[in-house]
Write a protein that binds this ligand. Structure first.
Ligand SMILES: [Zn+2]
Length: 131
């Protein structure tokens, strides 16, 4: 398992990026219970519209707003998977760091890796709202 320190290092080798990707795919295949597009997605805490959420009974479902275009949806998936893999990054103060990792991984993932993540979103059903 890579740690958060591996992803905030000054120089991050391709090997680390590949391991982060593999961990995300492993999570998608065996840990994440569901991915859903949501017509009306709001943060339960304050009702503010959200692009994505990690939720569900075991905090292992990913919700993505239908307002996201393809690129935004893949970035949102990367973002929520980062919350999932590094579950100590779940309070509001970690948001900046999670966004930093999201941008880093988006930049460093290849077109093919991005498409593989998109495949999970293409197969996801659409629901009315997150409760
Ligand atoms: Zn977040």
């Amino acid at each position: 398992m890579i740690t958060i320190w591996d992803l905030i290092a000054k120089e991050i080798p391709d090997e680390t990026i590949l391991r982060a990707f593999d961990q995300m795919i492993f999570a998608l295949n065996s840990k994440i219970k569901g991915i859903y597009w949501v017509k009306e997605l709001r943060r339960p805490r304050d009702g503010v519209p959200a692009w994505g959420l990690l939720g569900g009974t075991e905090i292992s479902e990913i919700y993505v707003s239908v307002r996201c275009d393809k690129e935004e949806a893949i970035k949102t998936l990367i973002h929520e998977l980062t919350h999932y893999l590094f579950d100590y990054l779940n309070d509001a103060t970690s948001e900046k760091l999670v966004r930093q990792i999201e941008r880093l991984l988006w930049r460093r993932f290849s077109e093919q890796q991005r498409e593989l993540l998109w495949d999970y979103l293409v197969r996801a059903p659409t629901i009315e709202k997150y409760e």
